[in-house]
Design a protein. Sequence first.
Lengths: 446, 434
Amino acid sequence: MTKMQSNRVAISDTPHLRHPRTVRGIMLDVLISLLPASIAGVVFFGGRAAFMLALTVSVCFLTEFVWLLAKRQSPRAFFAQFDFTSLVTGVLLALTMPPLDYRYCYVPILASVFAIAVAKMAFGGTGRNIINPAIGGRVFAFIAFMSLMTSGYAVPRYSASVGSEYLSGATPLTRLLGDGVSSVGLSNLDLFLGVGVRGCIGETCKLALLLGALYLIVRRVIRPLHPVVCVVVAGLVGVFMSNFDFGAFLPSVLGGGLILGAFFMATDYVTSPSVPLASFVYFALLGAVIALLRVGTGIETVSFAILLMNLIVPLLDEWLRPRPFGAKPVRLVLRDAILALGKKPRAASSPVPPAAVENPTSPKSGKIESADSSVGLTKEGNPADAPSRDGESTASNAARPSSESGATIRSNNAESADSSADRSASEENVAKRPEGARPGAEGDVR
Amino acid sequence: MEPRKGRAFFRGVHVRDRKELSKDVPIEAFPEPEIATISLSQHIGRPAECVVAPGDRVLAGQLIGKKSGRVSANVFSSVSGTVRGVEKRRGPNGALSDCVIVENDGKGETCALPAMPGFERADIINRVSDAGIVGMGGAGFPTDVKLMPKSEVDVLIINGAECEPYLTCDYRLMLEKTSEVVEGIRLLARAAGASEILIGIESNKPDCVELFSRYDDIRPIVLRKRYPMGGEKQLIYCCAGRKVPPGKLPSDVGCAVQNIHTAYATYEAVMLGKPSYERVMTVSGDGALRPKNLLAKTGTSYSAIREYCGAADDVEMFVSGGPMMGPAMLSTDAHTTKTSSGFLMLKKREVDVLSPRACINCGACAAVCPMRLLPMKIDFYAQAGDYLKAAEIGGVDNCISCGCCAYVCPAKRALIQSITLCKQKLVEMRRGGK
């Protein structure tokens, strides 16, 4: 949309009405939704958590600022364009790190610089990054400072109700993965509230996380279905991997960073699929990958699972893209494919019947093939594709009114091949346009 | 017939319709313009051929432009007076076209088309062609061509949805000229060879539903209020439950879609012998001091209408047509055409022009696209210059340019602009390839 001030009249491309939601507004909503979890983290882990939050947020912001200054953007333009994404990255990064001691402050600083500079800005900034910057930063820190990141879990406050043997050693999730459900040692309620739970700053208090997620759902920033699918799949796979012990469902859902990852990290717009069906598959797969990697490695793997899944997002988007309105539904494509398979043996002696050629034999290739034809690059030759009505009318000139009714219809020009081609082209043009509305800057008036 | 509830399509957007501004204002005749600037290209297709010379005296309703091909339409003078000349002028969408300039002599003499030889199907189609009637919803496709589809049509669907916000001209026509519109609908049904007549009306116009349910041969369909309900394929699905496959025409599923105003123009042409040279247009928007529904002659200057209805000092944008698909005007120094359904004066709080940002891949555009396309992919590939990929992945060929995607885009990207660019490039490429 270009804004041009000529005689103080604004010119813009259609549509002139716009929904009030902006990128900045969305990111502000995400920041607000992360408040409860941040507060809970500070309550449970004290000043260290607050220090780390402040550190990551400010370093993320500064990194982006310096990067763009180095790219010759003026500070004024920077603030005009600023959309809070780097702050969201900072908060999320802190929430996914253990509350480290003050002397290890270089870890969050380096992780923040990596998250913004390498995972985000190097790819082109907001909207262009392939992996979630916060996840990138966390994984970088995890690999570079593994001992700190796996053993730096501080003793949370307010843990008097829990026996002292649970205050040392690993997080509840590690114990669950190592020795089974009986060794978790915390009630599900404690896991839910985060009382006495070791872990990363933001992941222990599920109540705070779900409050934030509820805010996002109410504000329609995220859809509830997708993260819930992820969590449920992860829980069920966890149950499956522990020999169908359904007691493992809640601990594996509530332990570790699953809720934080599913509701706040995997739902990041930039790095998750934008196609409705692809989103569903993405979150279901993510849940399975999380649970399987957890069992396979014995450590918390939410961030690695999200990282892996981020990489296949473009593929999911392309494979599972929707079919245009009016195109043959997938179930009919599948049905025809199955019918064609069934017909094959009978026609084995004769050449392959045309239906078998037209109809794809595997669902995946069928999807892509018919999507191709639907965009008009190739013509659909399958008679079953045409609506049933086509069979009645032969779609030929015989159905023209001129030959049907006795009277003749005058035509100003001789009906040359050129004019009929012109006509069909323009007719197609009209078919693509809502009748009740005026077309935009399409050059209607030639 | 009893009204029936229409199907819902599960995409699209809900836009505040703001119809209350001009909804209750009766249609008012706008005074004849001093000078009428009548474009010879008011329709899709080839411009009409000028058949008058400077200095000629013409009457209102006299042919001045003759259709010059199969897809073209006759153009008539809207006032009586003297032809000053033929000049290139800018239309409401900013495109230059040849215009016949007629100076009004104020006598108001009219001439009508000759009497109808009969009321057979071919007679009606010939009359529609002679009277220069085009799709008056905005597309401007010659109606006579639409009435002669390649395959049999059994259902005629009348588009009374008027899903564009602000516009109320079809609503006022349905309310004030009900019997004329119904007569026009019947004529169109006969011309199209349709046996069933459905009229799709959005649920925000219950009075119109009630009016049309009194007629035995017309079934009103109450549609959910949703933009773009008036889109041809959406309307066919919601009214008749048929889906037009990609790349096919409505007639391929046995449907024909016509606009309310087209039906009214057909009535006038067939019954009164009056060709298409005036239409009802809505003047609305927060910037319009006196929102009105005007019966204006073709070739009236927008500036005159602006003065007549009064414009606030802080009008931010002038739009010809509806706010979702109508072009913004560079200036009001343009003239109306057969397809000018609206003239909106919008204030800043209605149209806040924000600069576009990077796409954040939120998928909102794909979630609202009524054609189930992927506008963000089209935008992405169009910006990269890979138009074939935009067609393959995004499905740009099926786009109806309704603007839902750009309406919801939080990054305020100019999606429609990318899509239009993409369509034009594809046409060029395919033409070049053949």
